[in-house]
Design a protein around this ligand. Structure first.
Ligand SMILES: NC(=O)c1ccc[n+]([C@@H]2O[C@H](COP(=O)([O-])OP(=O)(O)OC[C@H]3O[C@@H](n4cnc5c(N)ncnc54)[C@H](O)[C@@H]3O)[C@@H](O)[C@H]2O)c1
Length: 221
């Protein structure tokens, strides 16, 4: 059994995570930390093997520092903070992904491949109006991967925030007389759970830390 704690447990993603962990036969939910619940992270760490963080951009790094210092592996889903600051954290492993939806990871991979062959691209990301950061972590990472693949400029990103949306992204590539659109939609937060549970199961045995992106767990290369 892997003992799991959740930081941000009262939030939208935190609640979905707690339910998914409770439903998994090989995982045990051991703590829910959130100021909204009156439970501090330090109170749950001694009882956990893995901490999942779905909090806020200004909290994720301090939480990761506290967890690794306590020897607890960390899976971070929070976006909008500088992941480079995770380098050098010692004591346990860190895994961070801007998007745990497997379809979104495939979208990023296909967009990177397409960027090698088409002249230009733009990214439109659309999210619910409660999202704090813009552009989304997924859009920023897609743009970086496309720039690396094409050897050119990162594509511009357009951000839409509206009630009714969950998490959506379109990559539109253009070239002489043609366009190609690659689109991914998360219909609800259950879309993030299979990828998240995979990360919880694998974070303890990562070959390098921090590891960034679900693609590192899905693809050989
Ligand atoms: N990686 C992914 O696949 C993915 C998917 C969806 C959302 N996200 C990201 O996850 C994060 C959370 O999103 P949400 O919609 O659940 O937000 P939310 O506002 O619903 O929940 C955040 C929760 O964190 C709590 N919190 C704040 N500071 C804390 C701290 N120091 N310790 C513990 N808890 C703390 C808040 O009280 C709140 O309950 C955002 O950064 C969002 O962009 C990532």
């Amino acid at each position: 059994m892997i003992r799991v704690g959740v930081a941000g447990a009262a939030g939208r993603m935190g609640m979905a995570t707690c339910a998914a962990v409770e439903a998994a036969p090989d995982l045990e939910l051991r703590g829910r930390a959130d100021p909204a619940l009156g439970v501090a992270l330090e109170a749950i760490l001694p009882d956990c093997d893995v901490l999942v963080d779905f909090t806020q951009p200004d909290a994720a790094l301090a939480n990761a520092r506290a967890a690794t210092a306590a020897g607890v592996h960390v899976v971070i889903g929070t976006t909008g903070f500088d992941a480079a600051a995770l380098e050098g954290l010692a004591g346990a492993n860190v895994f961070v992904a801007p998007n745990f939806a497997i379809g979104a990871v495939l979208m990023m991979r296909f967009a990177s491949e397409a960027a090698r062959h088409m002249a230009a691209a733009e990214i439109i990301e659309l999210h619910h109006d409660g999202k704090l950061d813009a552009p989304s972590g997924t859009a920023a990472r897609t743009a970086a991967l496309m720039a690396a693949a094409s050897g050119g400029e990162a594509p511009p990103i357009h951000s839409v925030r509206l009630p009714g949306l969950v998490a959506h992204q379109e990559v539109i590539l253009g070239d002489l007389g043609q366009t190609l659109t690659i689109r991914h939609d998360s219909m609800d937060r259950s879309s993030f759970m299979p990828g998240l549970l995979l990360a919880i199961r694998r974070v303890g045995s990562l070959p390098r830390t921090p590891t960034v992106g679900l693609e590192a767990l899905l693809f050989e290369d």
